[in-house]
Design a protein around this ligand. Structure first.
Ligand code: ZN
Length: 690
């Protein structure tokens, strides 16, 4: 089917709402790449057609040259990271770069002399990760331009996702890639402008959707994996080279890998076998759709695994299949024909745990225990990025929580669904956290919460990746804290409403570039509630949330003296009468009424409605809802039993509450296991976190 892509056809079948894909894409890349294993370099020829989707006349193009982040210690990436990323150091003599050797308008002007380096984010004149190219002939609104670009990509030794390690090659962010021209009204743009950030230590990527048609030539002993569907493989016996051709539509990036050591295994994801009728109906009820609307598509799963990890083949496939199944059922069917999982070799961990459209990299140990979370967690997480980054194309430079945070939340849900927390205990820095806490469930929530508690005051969730206080703040605000706030939102709105919000988010913004504000609008719309307060406080603000049981007092109500009107007569209660009533009560072993006064306080600036539950010694429970707005509230009760415990939010729905320890009051005579639970949590959160 020429012109009508397979992915597009699948997408149209799977989700009628993916209409946007039907328009001509903004970018069309045709790239020929030859791997030079002696030079550790890629020789490339790129033909790029870019469509001007704005009402503006475009006189200048901008491109990312990401690999130049690794050319020396003066790049913005290296200055910001100190040459370190995710615990790895750039290897000595492992520099990488990309050189644009020639850029020419197809059949027209040579643009090479017009190329200049710019640094739109900082004043670092030494950074060469973005170029601007002035055009002799502007691109008219709706028009397009085709460029022929010759380039050389010298790969770094594996560092920050990309590069080589011995005979393993991973090419990510490896070619000259055009930025995103945002017209007025797109995302936050007030007027048309290029969104083409420099490569920063704490940032990932942003690009337009389009078509890729890439041929890769490697030594014939090499096994290749790439974004998209393999169309052909040809051998050149004389040169001992193989050429692979991959094609993919509706993606915004293209990555590939090659190594002679990969063991290549293929399996089919067959929805009829993987999804039961009960699961289909349960999810259907949750998201408010018929089983037919949730139908998934078959997908070819390809695994490129290291020979020493062979025994983990099943575990990898099982994890990907669970990703395809649960993300597919909850949010919408995976529309592409393939998903490739790459297992980088020992020593190339820097290339692991990363996402590209239809291709992810994982990473595993030599012999992970049956009960360890690797490789499952990393495979499911990176798979999840097919949705949050891949298909819902948020700007990772500017709003990283929309990909990492959403993915933390979604991955946690798959883990909860498929692997019970007891099967997958969390060992963190060798502390068996789950055992120590005696946690029955929600391990992800607990881990995310611990991180959130540690770093909740410094930055709001949303800001440019390079503007956070430090790398830790970027990490916690991109991953764990959004995990906590989305889980709190789910607890507040209820799982079915949240499930519908997440599904609507995927369906509405698949192959689009939405923002945090778009998510806010969608939450308000789908929930039918104004949740602006939630976003203002917890997404865009740094207000702290903390509710406290301030005091609980209870007094036996004494027999009161005086004249009391009874049936029109004034009856006197004298000292004598009081003595008689008390004696009578004691004889009948009757409790006097208790007067109970409970005071709750709002310690933080943030406001969140909470429930208070009081349990009496006789077992009676009283639930009281507080809108949480005032600084404090007082409740008074007359009961025949004294209070045993008072708790704010006893179900721990409000995971954003910064201090659970002060959420409860317990009468001296009734120590509670849950109080111990939380003091353990607090203890370990202080012990374990640096
Ligand atoms: Zn991620």
């Amino acid at each position: 089917m020429p012109k009508i892509s397979r992915a597009l056809a699948l997408a149209a079948l799977a989700l009628p709402l993916l209409g946007a894909a039907a328009t001509t894409p903004i970018v069309d890349y045709r790239i020929r790449a030859r791997l030079d294993t002696a030079q550790k370099a890629i020789d490339g020829q790129e033909t790029l057609t870019w469509r001007n989707d704005s009402p503006d006349t475009i006189r200048e193009l901008r491109f990312h040259l990401y690999l130049n982040a690794f050319q020396n210690e003066k790049s913005t990436f290296m200055r910001e990271s100190g040459g370190q990323l995710r615990g790895a150091r750039i290897p000595k003599e492992g520099w990488g770069y990309v050189e644009v050797r020639k850029m020419q308008v197809a059949g027209g002007a040579d643009l090479t002399p017009a190329i200049r380096f710019i640094h739109p984010d900082d004043d670092n004149a030494d950074d060469q990760t973005v170029i601007a190219v002035a055009l002799p002939q502007p691109v008219a609104p709706g028009g397009s331009i085709t460029l022929n670009i010759d380039f050389l990509s010298k790969l770094p030794k594996v560092f920050a996702r990309t590069g080589y390690h011995n005979d393993f090659y991973f090419a990510g962010q490896w070619f000259p890639k055009i930025g995103v021209y945002e017209k007025a009204g797109d995302r936050y743009a007030k007027q048309g402008a290029w969104n083409c950030h420099q490569f920063h230590a704490n940032s990932e990527f942003f690009a337009d959707y389009g078509n890729w048609d890439v041929t890769v030539t490697v030594p014939s002993t090499y096994v290749v994996g790439a974004t998209g569907v393999e169309q052909s493989r040809t051998e050149d016996a004389q040169r001992r080279e193989s050429t692979y051709r991959f094609v993919q539509e509706n993606v915004h990036e293209f990555a590939w890998t090659a190594s002679p050591k990969f063991v290549r295994v293929e399996r089919q994801f067959d929805p009829d076998r993987e999804v039961s009728a009960v699961e289909l109906s349960d999810v259907g009820k949750l998201v408010g759709r018929s089983g037919g609307e949730l139908r998934l598509k078959p997908v070819r799963m390809i695994l490129l695994i290291q020979p020493e990890h062979r025994s983990q083949i099943d575990r990898h496939f099982c994890a990907v299949a669970n990703g395809l199944k649960w993300f597919g059922l909850w949010y919408g069917a995976y529309p592409y024909a393939t998903i490739t999982v790459v297992d980088p070799p020992y020593g190339a961990e820097g290339a692991g745990g990363m996402e590209y459209p239809t291709l992810i990299t994982a990473g595993t140990g030599l012999r992970p225990g049956e009960h360890e979370t690797d490789p499952e967690e990393v495979v499911i997480h990176e798979f999840g990025h097919q949705y949050w980054y891949g298909m819902v194309g948020t700007n990772e430079f500017e709003e990283s929580w929309l990909d990492e945070g959403f993915n933390t939340y979604s991955t946690g849900k798959v883990i909860d669904q498929v692997y019970s927390p007891l099967d997958v205990p969390i060992h963190w820095q060798s502390f068996p956290v789950e055992e120590l806490l005696g946690l029955p469930t929600y391990t992800d929530d607990v881990m995310n919460r611990m991180a959130y508690l540690f770093y909740r005051k410094v930055d709001p969730v949303v800001r440019n990746a390079w503007d956070y206080y430090d790398t830790t703040s970027y990490g916690i605000n991109s991953y764990m804290r959004p995990g906590v706030l989305l889980r709190t939102m789910e607890n507040y709105l209820g799982p079915p409403v949240m499930a519908r919000i997440m599904r609507a988010w995927f369906e509405r913004y698949c192959f689009h570039h939405p923002t945090s504000r778009d998510f806010e609008k969608l939450v308000n719309e789908v929930s039918g509630q104004d949740m602006t307060w939630f976003f203002d406080q917890f997404v865009f603000g740094t207000d702290q949330l903390d509710y406290r049981v301030d005091s609980v007092e209870s007094e036996k109500e004494p027999v009161r003296r005086g004249l009391f009107l009874q049936k029109g007569q004034r009856v006197a209660v004298t000292d004598e009468e009081v003595g008689r009533i008390e004696k009578d009560r004691a004889k009948k072993k009757e409790e006097p009424p208790y007067h109970i006064v409970v005071k709750l306080r709002r310690e933080g600036e943030a406001v969140f409605p909470v429930d208070m539950v009081m349990t009496l010694v006789n077992g009676e429970t009283i639930r009281q809802h507080w809108d949480g707005r005032d600084r404090w509230v007082k409740y008074e009760f007359n009961k025949t039993s004294p209070p045993k415990r008072v708790e704010i939010d006893p179900e721990h729905k409000v995971l954003l509450d910064a201090n659970f320890e002060n959420n409860s009051w317990v009468s001296d005579s009734a120590p509670l296991p849950f109080a111990k639970w939380f003091s353990n949590l607090m203890f370990w959160s202080q012990m374990v976190l640096p």
